[in-house]
Design a protein around this ligand. Sequence first.
Ligand SMILES: C[S@@+](CC[C@H](N)C(=O)[O-])C[C@H]1O[C@@H](n2cnc3c(N)ncnc32)[C@H](O)[C@@H]1O
Length: 424
Amino acid sequence: MPSAPADDAARAIEPLLHPQGWALLNSLPPYREQDVLSRSSSLREAGHSPELVSAALTQSRLRARGEEKFGEFARSMLFTEHGLEQATRLPVAALHAERFQRAGVSAVADLGCGIGGDAMALAGLGLDVRAVDRDPLTVAVATVNLRPFPSTAVHLGSAEDHDPALTDGIWLDPARRAPARGSARGARRLHDPEEYEPPLSFVLDLARRLGERGGAAPGTLGALGAKLGPAVDRSALPEEVEVQWLSLHGSVLEAVLWCGPLAREGVRSSALVIGREGAHRLDLRADSPGDPVPGALGDHLYEPDGAVIRAGLLGALAERLGARTLDPTIAYLTADRRVDSPLARGYAVRDVMPFSIKALTGYLREHRIGVLEIKKRGTAVEPEELRRRLRPRRFGDEAATLVLTRIAGEQSVIVASPHGSTRA
Ligand SMILES: C[S@@+](CC[C@H](N)C(=O)[O-])C[C@H]1O[C@@H](n2cnc3c(N)ncnc32)[C@H](O)[C@@H]1O
């Protein structure tokens, strides 16, 4: 009978929790896949048990992978496969922690702390942290990872049993994955916030219980932050909270619910866009512009960052760019002037034509365009299928971006060059 994933995960950690195992792990050189077999044999020949060697090499691999999220800290941390997948990247966790610090919170309960990504950042800013998880192995791992921070305590327990009187702030990053149906391994993402563990209704109730401590008016929300999936519906959340969508290098990672003193006055939604040039924010307030008006294609096309779109900030971005939409239901913007913004990718428009494989083939041949980036919104055409049919490499070395979309109800192709490229 195959062993349960939880048993496998425990086997991959347990030998490392003993001093000899920990010492062996920390003595290993940087992980390289091609060295695993020879390293494994030499460690066994040196007298280490197969279980310890396997655990140490697995952990060494996870540490190498963990560097993407935790940088050099990963080299002294412990991970479980699932825990690493679900952990918040340290720079993002630092932004979460700053909110608590700016609001003057002194102690935070992290309910469902996982391997401790967010808890490390909170503790790193000097906050007292009570980290709780219901999974014993995860608690063991978080205990190791939080050891450098004396102001933390890690507990085995459930979020539902948390007493709001213990801390003046609460952070929750509910589990948003469930075992894939019909399989002992793999996971599927949960999109309904009531399926999260713990569910959104519990999170909101806890925000109220935290806010009502000490005799505050009924319905007052306390200093609670919770990470939700980016697809969460803003209209299903209370008016008075701030929901911030965060994107990192173009991918929308999360929507964070900020309650009570953690929400900024008058800000309903916001986008935090983090790229190579740093972090940029756009806020939705009661007086923010509404939906942008549709109009004709101009000399420039803008592809707004996903966080801006999710936060309902297309109108606010269009105002900044002096832009309009091509179609009220499609999130591309267009303008006559080039404006550089970290909140959108900009393109110089070279041509536009109705969608037709024959016309497009002729166009690419005529302009010797063989290097294509293909983007689409509001059309059923599949970029990879189109690329296969066009076989562009035969036409030459010129580069272009094809944007497949609908203009005034018609399937169209915009030929463009990214701002900053030699053609733009
Ligand atoms: C997404 S992970 C947290 C990741 C963490 N923020 C980090 O950065 O490492 C969610 C965690 O919540 C825990 N969990 C889920 N439901 C819980 C509950 N009701 N009480 C306590 N822990 C819970 C899971 O065991 C899991 O470790």
